[in-house]
Design a protein around this ligand. Structure first.
Ligand code: SF4
Ligand code: FES
Length: 244
């Protein structure tokens, strides 16, 4: 495949950025999107140009590092992470626009890399449980209802990629925060901090500058892990519960 890429280049957080055009050829439809960018970067390095900076780690859809906006869609045309998106979803001769996440709370570090540490601070404000250390507890000491376990597992799938924020017209982090609150609050192990967790995490989210939720649902549509929009309702209930 031969492709035209229009990629956001920005040398630093305060530098002006611009879309820059590149051409790549010999791209296999079986390559991942990141492998296609690797091919471009190898050519740029051989030419003595700066390679395009982009974040990645696992390349298996697990770590959440690899987010970028592809043709206006968070993670591109398939509901998956960018590292799991394959070039077969594009056609020979296509022009592809590649941009970093666009959200005030995710400032650009360089090119396609944004600073998502705001998510870490939200988790730090309440995304933990108090548990005594020491030997492993007896497996049946804390019964967990099946429906609570299923709900917790569903929300624990969040990988913190930030696609929900990038897709939201308000730059809201409600789906992410919901995922982190719900997977702990519905379990008995999360009960000791339940009352304050949602309030603390929502306050941390607001302090980071994320926007408010207006129920557009773009977040859940873009989420590569299928975190359901209903999680936001649960978050709102937990938040009100914490205010009592
Ligand atoms: S809720 Fe989904 S889109 Fe948002 S950070 Fe978690 S995995 Fe990514
Ligand atoms: S590089 Fe880890 S999810 Fe894509």
């Amino acid at each position: 495949m031969n492709l035209t890429l229009r990629i956001w280049r920005q040398s630093g957080p305060d530098a002006p950025g611009a879309m820059t055009e590149y051409h790549v050829s010999g791209i296999s439809p079986d390559m991942s999107f990141l492998e296609m960018l690797d091919t471009l970067n190898e050519e740029l390095i051989l030419r003595g140009d700066q390679p395009v900076a982009f974040d990645h780690d696992c390349r298996e859809g697990i770590c959440g590092a690899c987010g970028m906006v592809i043709n206006g869609q968070a993670h591109g045309p398939e509901r998956t992470t960018t590292c799991q998106l394959h070039m077969r979803h594009f056609a020979d001769g296509d022009t592809i626009d590649v941009e970093p996440w666009r959200a005030g709370a995710f400032p650009v570090v360089r090119d396609l890399v944004v600073d998502r540490s705001a998510f870490d601070r939200i988790i730090g404000s309440g995304g933990y449980i108090t548990a005594p250390t020491g030997s492993a507890p007896e497996a049946h000491a804390t019964p967990v209802p099946k429906d609570a376990a299923d709900l917790a597992f569903e929300h624990a799938e969040c990988i913190g990629c930030g696609a929900c924020v990038a897709a939201c017209p308000n730059g809201s982090a409600m789906l992410f925060t919901a995922a982190k609150v719900v997977h702990l609050n519905v379990l008995p192990q999360g009960a000791p901090e339940r009352a304050g967790r949602a309030r603390a995490m929502v306050e941390a989210m607001d302090a980071e500058g994320f926007g408010g939720c207006t129920n557009t649902g773009e977040c859940a549509t873009a989420c590569p892990k299928g975190i359901p929009l209903t999680g936001i309702s649960v978050l709102n209930r937990e938040y009100l519960r914490g205010l009592r």
